[in-house]
Design a protein. Sequence first.
Lengths: 263, 226
Amino acid sequence: MSESGALPASAAEGSPRLPFGTRLAMFMRLLAIQGSWNYEILLGNGIGFCLEPALRGLPGGLHSPAFHTALARESRYFNAHPYLAAIAVGALARAELDQEEPARIERFRTALCGPLGSVGDRLVWAGWLPFCSLASLAVFGLGGSPLLVVLLFLGLYNLGHFGLLVWGLNTGWSHGLRVASALGNPVLRRGPQEIGRLAALATGIAIPLALGRVIGPGRSLMGEVLVAVALGSFVIVRAQTRIEGWRLSLVVLAAIVLFSVIR
Amino acid sequence: MNLLDVLPIALLGGVLGLDVVSFPQAMISRPLVAATLAGALIGEALGGLLLGAALELIALETLPFGASRYPEWGSASVVGGAIFAANPEHPGAMTVSVLAALGTTWVGGWTMVKLRQLNAVSARRRRGALEAGARGTVISLQLMGMTADLARGALLTGVAYVALAPLAAWCLARWSMDATLSRAIVVAAAASVAGGAAWKLFHSTTGARWFFVGGLAIGFFFLFVK
């Protein structure tokens, strides 16, 4: 890539073209967007890091005042879901290369934070990730081999992960500061609900099947285990504001180990 | 146990610890994958998968939402998977290995908070350069954060494995509970956490409870038909 790698040449539709090399560099950097995540500027430095290859396309290139001013602006505080931040990266790259007014870019950055965070959390962390995990656990419960289960989980999950990054970067770039309309995309609007239902179905299938395979020699106690799971789930839901289930499990298992070792 | 036993485990833990947040978040750090890889490293991939499935049920409760503080499952699953894969047939192996993973995940969550604080200190020290739009500073902050995260995961995994593997062996040598009850308790605990997590995630989704009930019917059908 040349120093002024991003060439905003006009395409037939009138939308500037982002060279493939620049797009690829931005995509690769999106995978590391949280590399310096911290409690002060959160994703801020990561956004600057991802935009840097595109900013080289500003007039004067890498050593110009325009490059430094834009990079400084883009490396300030920013918060979003790491995958949907691709939309922001694409849109901000377009805005910077179109040399939009700095105040307008800053207002746009601020406005993007909320929606990109909440939509991403519901779509990915509360929907797609549990769905992929539970679907793979169901396959495990049906007797899937280690290779099959691992490949299924990674393949399915990353189809969504990488797909979202590519779509976000392209959508952000093609819409620029008018990207808000793209947030009305059916996948983002209705996706969390639909994936939530699928994940609920996968939960119902996966828990008994996974339980049945992991239990191994404990299968003769299956009835008692199912009653314990129903009661345990109820207790964990009721106690959710006081203690997390994994901590409760830690305490219970520590007590069991102590009992079994000391007895 | 010598350096050659610990080093591959620690390196795997480092790479998977890095995946949790910093790079590339492809979820190779999820217990289902991480424990299986650790098991494969010991020569017992199936054992790793069994432990990974139990841990995955528990990990469903702690998803990486925004700036929330959550346990770090990547390195912890490597420690648990390696311990279980070394003794997969022992009656108490799963209980002890899940406990080792839960302890490590707790400490791992704390180390992630410390790393984020360290990243903030680094960014604050370079504020002048960041405000001047220095390219080298932006890139070096990112690379330093990722390197520190890799080192954090490797160190955590190495130390936890060195400390917990002998302790697990000691516990297993004195284990008195039979395999049936041991395994039943672990599975009940893990599935309870998963059940609670599923309710928290999906109870507000319209119609989700009916999908869940339908799923349960399918799940139980296959469980008892198999």
